[in-house]
Each structure stands twice: as structure tokens, then as C-alpha cells.
Ligand binder design. Structure first.
Ligand code: 7TS
Length: 412
């Protein structure tokens, strides 16, 4: 498929939800790290699936079931290609990143992690990449270790020998931080971990796959998780990619229909990958929507998305600096960031910032962003966060700044 250069204004017109007024102002949607808006191509694909092809997959020997199965498996092939997975069977559809990470914690962790073993995480991680491992550690008596962050929200890796060793069974870290926007050196970390241990390396790519070119083979990790709804797809669908040997060696996560080969009174055998991990009727319409999102995104120059978001980030950081009295979190160099700008304003609570911005039609998120360890590290309970996607423009940033000036006028 040929790609077109990124033209945010043109792209914007394909997203119906962006074309509306909120509290009397044209909507400026800057909450893309939470979830992205959806293009017409995705909405139409879901609609067309339900109108014409709706059937259960892999079971019926009739035309609609054949079509539904082809669409569902076609989406798997599209996703595999999109992230550089060698084989479509290595893509397991899940509800999202959270379920993908829980799948690994239960299906791999319970069998391979024991008392005194160690799990290495980072204090930068989203709760979805902390709590499943905490539950596992508590269950099996393992110890949690953490990569710390420097002043600019970057991993501190100077003493990796102290963090990774023979006892390390799992390393699970995020590719891009949702609260700070830091793009982490995952390729380097994977190589360093491999030098010191045979730990399973898991990467949370929820904030990476939508925004930057991701090639799971080049990263060298064992498993990689992400969500469809942050990359123009619907909610309730996401993926776990895993190397064949790793997925083969894992027990199922959930039992039920679709995931078995033969069921007998005393036990069962499992279906081949990826079906072993997809118990029950899957989210077929979700997969169809995600496939359409991948196809739509494939039509846009992928590295241009990140470049565009970095340009908006640099512009936002500059305008915030001009305003004064604002603390921006994360790396100073825009080359180390994605399109996320987390900030606090002297004398104003982030929730008040977001509430007043909303009255100006500007949607941002305020809170701990499910990253309380990040907030603790920087001595704050919350930040306001503007997060960009390919349809945002410099004009959106100007509107954000204008609305922030109104916040300043109220709070002084
Ligand atoms: N990991 C990271 C890095 C995330 O940013 C998120 C969601 C998740 C995991 C969980 O993804 P889910 O689709 O399973 O919920 N992050 C955010 C956010 O920053 N604001 O709302 C959700």
C-alpha cells in the first residue's frame, strides 16, 4: 500500500468526533494517550461487519462464518505485519494491554517464578504493568525490583548489575511512558538483560505502537503488548505478541471454547497458537475495527507521525516556558519524547486546570495517569497532561495556551 505524507488538516476531516463544539467552542482533543478518536474507515468497517458478515468465527460451515473468520484472521495478519511479527500465529487478541500483561503474569509467571526470584520493573510504568506483577510476586513469594528515574524521567541504568542477575525471571517495562512521554531505550535494555540473565523480557507498547515505528523482532524482547483503542481502533481489543517458543511453552490463561483440541473427562489438550490463548467467542468486531485501523494508519507515513507529534511537543514546551510558573515533566530534549506533555502550574491544582480547559473546549487529562510511582518520584500527586496524535495541529496548541492563560487569570 502506498503511503501519503502526513497532512494533519486533511487527516482531521476523517475523524467525525473531532468536528464538534464543546461548551460553545470547537473541540480541541488532547487526550490521545487515554484513547484516540476513530476515523470513518474504522467506523465503517465495524458497521459493515455487523450489517453483512456477522457470525461466529472458526466454527460455522456457512458463508457468513467464513467471511467473519476471514476478516478476523485478516486483522491478525495486518497487525502482525504492522509490528514486524514474523508469524501471524504469534499475535494473540486480548481485551487490551492490561489483559495481555495479566495473561503473561498468570500463564507464564505462575509456572516459572518462585520464592526468592526477582521481577524487574520500572517506577515509570503504568499500573497495568505493575499490579499484575505485584499480584504474581505476592502469590509466589518473588521480589520486585525497580529501575529508577532521573530528574528528566529517563531510566537510570548505570548499575544494571545490581538490578539484573541469575535470580531475575521477568523484566517488564514500558516502551514509552504515558505520564512523562519518555521514549525508552528498549533495544539497549533488552541486550543488557540478555547479557546478564535468561529472564523473560516483556514490553508494554501501549504508548508506542500508535505513534512510532515498532518492530518487535528488532527490539529482541519475548513478548510485546498494546491496545487497539489508542491507535484509531475500537475499545476492547488489543494484542499480545510473543515469540513462538515462548507462547508454545506457556499454559493457557483462560479455559473454554475455541482454545481446546480434545476434551476428555479428566483433562484436555490445547488448540494450536494463537487459539490456545483465545478462549470463548472473541471480540470479532473489535478485531475487524483494529484491522481497519492498521490499514488506515498504513496509508500514512509512519515516522512522520512521531516527527509531527514531536514538533507539537517542542512548540507546546516553548509556549509553556514563555508563560512561566509552569513545570514540565520528562526529558528536556524532544528527541527523547513522544507527543505527551505533562505539567503543573504554580498555585493551581491539575483538576482545576482540566476543568477550566474543558469550558474552553480543550480536552486534557488531569490526575496521576495510573502512574502513581512517577508522581511520587517527582513529589506531586497529579499533573495536567496534553497528549497529541496525528490529527492535532499547532492551532490546537495555541488554543491550549490561550485557555491556560484564562486559567492563570482566574487563579492568579
Ligand atoms: N500501559 C500504558 C503505558 C498505558 O499508557 C496504558 C493506558 C495501559 C498500559 C493500559 O492500557 P489499556 O488499554 O489496557 O487500558 N494509559 C492510559 C492513560 O495514559 N490514560 O488513560 C489510559
Amino acid at each position: 500500500m502506498s503511503t501519503r505524507p502526513l497532512d494533519p488538516e486533511a487527516v482531521r476531516s476523517e475523524f467525525p468526533a473531532l468536528d464538534q463544539a464543546v461548551h460553545g467552542h470547537p473541540l480541541v482533543y488532547l487526550d490521545n494517550a487515554a484513547t484516540s478518536q476513530k476515523p470513518v474507515a474504522v467506523l465503517d468497517a465495524i458497521d459493515a461487519y455487523y450489517r453483512a458478515d456477522n457470525a461466529n468465527v472458526h466454527r460455522g460451515i456457512h458463508e457468513l462464518s467464513r467471511r467473519a473468520t476471514e476478516s478476523y484472521e485478516g486483522a491478525r495478519r495486518a497487525v502482525a505485519h504492522w509490528i514486524g511479527a514474523p508469524r501471524p500465529e504469534e499475535i494473540v487478541f486480548t481485551r487490551g494491554t492490561t489483559e495481555a500483561l495479566n495473561l503473561v503474569a498468570y500463564a507464564w509467571g505462575l509456572d516459572h517464578v518462585g520464592p526468592g526470584d526477582e521481577i524487574l520493573l520500572s517506577i515509570q510504568d503504568h499500573h497495568s504493568n505493575l499490579v499484575p506483577w505485584q499480584l504474581l510476586a505476592r502469590r509466589v513469594g518473588a521480589t520486585l525490583r525497580y529501575i529508577e528515574l532521573d530528574e528528566q524521567g529517563r531510566w537510570v541504568l548505570d548499575d544494571l548489575d545490581a538490578l539484573v542477575g541469575e535470580r531475575t525471571r521477568i523484566v517488564s517495562v514500558s516502551h514509552v511512558s504515558n505520564a512523562l512521554g519518555t521514549v525508552n531505550p528498549v533495544v539497549d535494555l533488552v541486550a543488557e538483560v540478555r547479557r546478564r540473565s535468561d529472564a523473560l523480557v516483556v514490553v508494554d507498547g501501549a504508548q508506542a505502537v500508535p505513534h512510532l515505528p515498532v518492530d518487535v523482532s528488532a527490539i529482541g524482547c519475548d513478548l510485546y503488548a498494546f491496545s487497539g483503542h489508542k491507535m484509531c481502533g475500537p475499545t476492547g481489543i488489543g494484542c499480545l505478541w510473543g515469540r513462538t517458543e515462548v507462547l508454545e511453552a506457556m499454559e493457557p490463561f483462560q479455559g473454554g471454547g475455541e482454545m481446546i483440541s480434545i476434551v476428555e473427562r479428566e483433562g484436555s489438550t490445547w488448540a494450536a497458537l494463537p487459539h490456545k490463548f483465545e478462549a470463548g467467542t472473541p471480540n470479532i468486531a473489535g478485531a475487524v475495527g483494529l484491522g481497519a485501523a492498521v490499514e488506515w494508519l498504513s496509508g500514512v507515513d509512519r515516522s512522520a507521525i512521531l516527527e509531527h507529534e514531536r514538533a507539537l511537543t517542542a512548540y507546546t514546551m516553548e509556549r509553556l516556558r514563555e508563560m512561566g510558573g509552569i513545570r514540565v515533566f520528562g526529558p528536556e530534549r524532544v528527541e527523547e519524547r513522544s507527543g505527551v506533555v505533562s505539567f503543573t502550574m504554580e498555585g493551581t491544582h491539575p483538576h482545576d486546570i482540566a476543568t477550566i480547559l474543558d469550558t474552553h473546549g480543550v480536552a486534557v487529562r488531569a490526575g496521576h495517569h495510573c502512574a502513581q510511582l512517577v508522581m511520587q518520584r517527582y513529589g506531586t500527586s497529579a499533573t495536567a497532561r496534553a497528549s497529541f496524535y496525528l490529527y492535532n495541529t499547532h492551532d490546537d496548541v495555541d488554543r491550549l495556551i490561550h485557555a491556560l492563560q484564562a486559567v492563570r487569570a482566574i487563579f492568579g
